[in-house]
Design a protein around this ligand. Structure first.
Ligand code: SAM
Length: 365
């Protein structure tokens, strides 16, 4: 059965070209690390292909997206669960104290504070992750331009339906729909994305440089923020992370924003790919470093470097970015790759060893 990726509205997502990317993955590859997973569109396509998928993103909300429909193979959110989330009276909490009349009206902040508490009452981490994923979608839907870096006056104006219609010929009434109704609208769609591909998939929430040496996979897919483009992910979505953890956060480091250290960062990144056999990197023609720079850097550590290209239009704010972007997919191989994954022989030795340890322990007691 074909499963459909849900409506995530993630800036810089690869949804439209995810299949094109995954179709280049070599047939002998069984495991993938999607190292900058964002809205998880590439992870999802790879999960559909039957790979064991490890997804990672430094933002907690992106980790929760991956937890809810990449790692989670079967749990769904029942109607009873939605009743738990929306029960009770709105109350003053973190959102009211920090973001009333910054991003939402005070009444809306109090609603969010109540739902945040109620999500904790759900019976499993996967249900909680789905609930946050869906609430994220509702929060984004209410936010003009789908990102949290607008001034309050701008938000108020853009949420004024009469004004918006006069100016832009669109009322955008969905900005003023309640969180609850937007959440329930996507309930079916988000539940339907959950499926089991028979693999133990896993979501991680780490800085990429910390994660890379700790796991191994046949393929690593790198889709970092494109330096020099609209790419400040903490500014776009950090507020949702703050809502989840209930405290103010500092922007993360190694963010690929600055041109001045971008080459150095890519060099460091490519030099730490030893645990991965095949390397894939997405980039485009509007970003820095250039295609030639990246090719050279990849060839410093990898072999068989290739590039394929495809036109790609990013939908950023609801209107399409008319400038034509060319999306690059770089591919390279690791010349020094040695699999540390347990071979059947090693596995049986390990089981045997475990058995021995167990027997010794047992003998003592
Ligand atoms: C271009 S987006 C990925 C889009 C994704 N492929 C998709 O289809 O939705 C880049 C992602 O990298 C994440 N990121 C940025 N710096 C990171 C770091 N140092 N470690 C891990 N993730 C990072 C951002 O949070 C963002 O979600």
């Amino acid at each position: 059965m074909m499963h459909k990726f849900p409506t995530i509205n993630f800036i810089g997502n690869k949804e439209k070209i995810a299949k094109w990317i995954v179709d280049y993955f070599p047939a002998d590859a069984k495991t993938l690390l999607d190292a900058f997973s964002g809205g998880s569109s590439v992870s999802y396509q790879a999960k559909m292909k039957g790979l064991q998928v490890f997804s990672n993103d430094i933002l907690k909300i992106n980790y929760l997206l991956a937890t809810s429909f990449i790692e989670n193979n079967k749990e769904k959110l029942s109607y009873k669960d939605t009743e738990i989330i929306f029960a009770g009276t709105p109350k003053e909490g973190f959102m009211f104290n920090h973001y009333a009349e910054v991003f939402y009206f005070p009444k809306e902040c109090k609603e969010l504070d109540l739902y945040r508490e109620n999500i904790e009452l759900l019976s499993s981490p996967y249900k909680k992750a789905i609930a946050f994923a869906m609430l994220r979608r509702a929060m984004i839907r209410k936010m003009p331009y789908s990102r949290f870096n607008l001034s309050w006056q701008n938000i108020v104006d853009l949420r004024n339906e009469t004004l918006s219609y006069q100016k832009y010929k669109r009322a955008r009434a969905y900005h003023n729909q309640s969180f609850k109704s937007l959440f329930l609208e996507s309930w079916h769609e988000y539940n339907e994305t959950v499926f089991d591909n028979g693999q133990a998939n896993k979501a991680y929430n780490q800085d990429i440089f910390e994660l890379l040496p700790t796991i191994q996979a046949d393929i690593i897919y790198l889709d970092p923020p494109y330096t020099g483009t609209m790419n400040n992910y903490f500014e776009f979505y950090g507020m949702i992370d703050e809502y989840i953890v209930g405290e103010k956060l500092q922007p993360f480091q190694n963010n690929f924003i600055e041109k001045k250290n971008s080459i150095e960062l890519f060099d460091r990144l490519f030099s730490t790919l030893g645990n991965y056999k095949y390397w894939f990197l997405s980039y485009n023609n509007g970003a820095y470093p250039t295609k030639e720079n990246l090719f050279e850097l990849l060839a410093k550590y990898g072999t068989n470097v290739k590039i394929v290209e495809k036109p790609h239009i990013y939908k950023i704010t609801g209107k399409e970015n008319k400038n034509e972007n060319i999306e690059y997919l770089f591919m390279a191989e690791n010349p020094l790759f040695v699999s540390k994954q347990p071979t059947p022989q090693r596995l049986s030795f390990m089981n045997y060893h475990r058995q021995e340890v167990f027997e010794k322990k047992f003998a003592k007691s």
